[in-house]
Design a protein around this ligand. Structure first.
Ligand SMILES: Cc1ncc(COP(=O)(O)O)c(C=O)c1O
Length: 493
């Protein structure tokens, strides 16, 4: 019998997980309640199982997945931060969890206060004037911020500004959002230190004089490097009439140390799952609040939470607002978690988060620098990028190294991004990992480097110990087969 059958083939006719009390009212024939045309002729062939079988089945399935609660997850750019359990406790409080989004203001004062204060905290953290909490993800924040920039230019009779500048290492959502917002994107080259090439910026600004709507960038950038020229870059873009959009996805490196507003940015989006430890991914609800400088406040989506003489209330958006970008207040329970994280850490704690994230990344980078190529040999911020070029020459690529890590119960780093580094491996340890965990990772990466040099075939066949072996990644992404089959599709040998 295969492992899949052992897992899935459960149950016996008549077995139940629940026992209902005997019916004490007259039984009604089903077709008197539901039209016969909608009734099944035969019962659905569902497994009939006891409670413990159901529990084991789903527990087992959950263990086949990998999460930060299980092991080290240094997935650069994505910041797989530990989600403190106190966030969940707060989000489960019945007063929050059972709140109806259309409940009257007078009945939701606590929730409104939380949203109001969260907006204040995010404004303080980013150096912006006001923040909308509506957007449901980072990329949703990007399109919201770009729509605000567009509305701003249009309000000044400069709707002809149609170009958004984007550095070559940018996250893919940046050009995608700019295109969706109706802009043409122009790529900016990186310089030898990994930052924006200021000379190239000058050329591009001159070539598109009067057409620049915005520069969209993240700092630290996707190489994990802080662009020290940012104030100068901001000055030049502003002089050219453009706005500065800060992709705040990498804020984990700068909390309490510097702020987008102080660097010269006009618009910021947060990825609360990266910066404020809300649950990440899985397609579930997220939050990508957008903060703006004073001159862009009239264009924010509304309503915004406000403090009044009587407490808290929703303040309607003004006539220049781009309008709502999401129903109600956004994903409220995600916002509760972010609020909890900020209150739990406090201002000093938030700074400590970033300092620890940066320290951990530099510790790992320096420890492994002799084993992997480091294309930009500078102090990194919360993440860094190695190249597996050296290993590739011996037959094992970044993908093979990533797969081999799975054998050690470690989630691989992000690979082949950013595109400016060949065979890129983008490592982000995050702030909560212990010295021992980092040392284990370093030891494993050294062992893999040695294996790549001496027995690359071991890496080519990896992973060896996981439930599912090496998949055809393109096929798995493009044609996922998520159905359960009576006959197992893939079994362990
Ligand atoms: C630099 C950067 N920008 C934008 C995004 C998009 O954010 P989201 O996945 O929340 O839409 C990400 C996501 O990883 C990112 O790393």
């Amino acid at each position: 019998m295969s492992t899949e059958q052992l897992i899935f083939e459960r149950g016996a006719p008549g077995r139940r997980a629940a026992t209902l009390p005997t019916l004490d009212i007259p039984e009604q024939p089903l077709d008197s309640l539901i039209p016969a045309a909608y009734l099944r002729a035969e019962p659905a062939p569902l497994p009939e199982v006891s409670e413990i079988e159901v529990v084991r089945h789903y527990t087992h399935l959950s263990q086949r997945n990998f999460g930060v609660d299980q092991g080290f997850y240094p997935l650069g750019s994505c910041t797989m931060k530990y989600n403190p359990k106190i966030n969940e406790d707060m989000a489960s409080l019945p007063g929050f969890a059972r709140l109806h989004p259309l409940e009257h203001e007078s009945m939701t004062q606590g929730a409104l206060q939380l949203l109001y204060e969260l907006e204040q905290y995010l404004a303080e953290i980013s150096g912006m004037r006001r923040v909308t909490l509506q957007p449901a993800a980072g990329a949703h924040g990007e399109i919201t911020g770009l729509m605000i920039i567009k509305a701003y230019h249009e309000s000044r009779g400069e709707g002809h500004r149609n170009i958004v500048l984007i550095p070559d290492g940018a996250h893919g959502t940046n050009p995608a959002s700019a295109t969706l917002a109706g802009y043409t994107t122009v790529e900016l080259r990186s310089d030898a230190r990994g930052g924006v090439d200021v000379a190239h910026l000058e050329e591009v600004l001159a070539a598109h004089d009067g057409k620049i709507a915005a520069l969209m960038m993240t700092n630290p950038n996707t190489l994990g490097l802080f662009d020290e020229n940012i104030v100068e870059i901001a000055r030049r873009v502003h002089e050219a009439g453009g706005q500065l959009y800060y992709d705040g996805a990498n804020s984990n490196a700068i909390l309490g140390i510097t702020r987008a507003g102080d660097m010269g940015f006009d618009v910021v989006h947060f990825n609360l799952h990266k910066t404020c430890s809300t649950p990440h991914g899985g397609g579930g609800p997220g939050a990508g609040p957008v903060g703006v400088a004073e001159h862009l406040v009239p264009f924010l989506p509304g309503p915004l939470p406000a403090q009044t003489e009587d407490g808290y209330a929703w303040e309607d958006a003004g006539p220049l607002s781009i309008g709502r970008v999401r129903a109600n207040c956004g994903n409220f329970l995600v916002l509760v978690r972010a609020y909890t994280y900020i209150r739990f850490n406090g201002p000093d704690g938030m700074r400590h988060v970033s300092e620890s994230a940066v320290l951990n990344a530099n510790y790992v980078m320096r420890a492994l620098q002799a084993d992997y190529d480091l294309p930009y040999d500078r102090e990194c911020m919360h993440e860094f990028v190695f190249s597996a070029n050296r290993q590739k020459k011996r037959g094992a690529t970044a993908l093979d190294i990533a797969k081999r890590l799975l054998d050690f119960g470690i989630h691989p780093p992000t690979i082949y991004f950013p595109l400016v580094v060949p065979e890129a491996m983008m490592i982000e340890p995050t702030e909560t990992e212990t010295r021992e965990t980092l040392d284990t990772f370093i030891a494993v990466m050294r062992q893999i480097a040695q294996e790549a040099a001496e027995r690359p075939e071991l890496l080519l066949e990896a992973p060896h110990d996981t439930v599912v072996g090496r998949l055809d990644q393109t096929l798995a992404a493009r044609k996922p087969d998520l159905r359960w089959h009576t006959q197992p599709v893939q079994t362990l040998a």
